[in-house]
Design a binder for this molecule. Structure first.
Ligand SMILES: [Zn+2]
Length: 233
């Protein structure tokens, strides 16, 4: 640490500039991954403060979800969209934990997480996870866990069949696309528990719905949902 460390750090950043993943500007020495300006500018939904919110409403009449919320709005051209893109497609794995920690800290200021036993990431298809090298939602979960102390369980829910990329499908097509693709292992462990199911972006809610359809096989399991962003379909 100290002077020489900082000197080396400055020297390195001449060749490997540390860039904010939201705006592309250089990061200050005390900033990491996302600059302060972007962090402040991310439009937060604060949905965790109200039970009746657009993300919760997505699941009404479809599956039984206790509470649902998303950290931010996923607007076109927005900084959070660039950040999540970097997390999913540019291999910036550490953004997951970074964002999860911020959201976890915010959620701790409310009763949203009350009674949650485990944090569970929505699984990626194994082939996609191999290709990407990580599950971005699992990274978000570790950040949430670091901020809240609630343990993460990555091995309880598995994704089996392959599903094509979902971006341009209707809600019904997406439902057909994801129905029956998740399997639970560790049913006994989930009995009488309340889990927080975590995804990076929620659009139609059909992925969560498919998870919930499988999780219904567990006796008295409660499900709540959190995502980093909410993108109205
Ligand atoms: Zn920035």
């Amino acid at each position: 640490m100290g002077f020489f460390y900082e000197l080396a750090d400055d020297f390195l950043s001449l060749f490997f500039p540390r860039i904010c993943h939201g705006c592309g500007e250089h990061l200050l020495r005390n900033e990491k991954l996302i600059c302060t300006e972007c962090l402040v500018a991310i439009p937060r939904t604060r949905y965790h403060l109200s039970e009746d919110n657009p993300v919760a409403r997505l699941f009404w009449g479809r599956c039984s979800i206790e509470r649902a919320a998303a950290f931010s709005y996923y607007n076109r051209g927005s900084r959070i969209r660039k950040i999540i893109h970097a997390l999913k497609y540019d291999g910036v794995k550490e953004l997951g934990e970074f964002l999860g920690r911020i959201y976890g800290t915010q959620l701790m200021e409310s009763s949203f997480l009350e009674g949650i036993d485990y944090i569970v990431p929505v699984p990626l298809h194994p082939a996609r996870e191999r290709k990407r090298g990580y599950n971005q939602s699992a990274g978000i979960c570790s950040g949430l866990s670091a901020a809240t102390g609630i343990p993460v369980k990555t091995d309880l829910l598995k994704r089996s069949a392959f599903s094509a990329t979902q971006t341009k499908r209707s809600r019904y097509d997406r439902w057909l696309n994801v129905e029956g693709i998740f399997t639970i292992s560790g049913k006994e462990m989930l009995k009488n528990k309340h889990i927080l199911l975590v995804d990076d972006v929620i659009t139609t809610g059909s992925t969560i719905e498919a998870c919930a359809a499988e999780l219904k096989k567990v006796e008295n399991l409660k499900i709540s949902v959190a995502a980093m962003a909410w993108s109205p379909a």
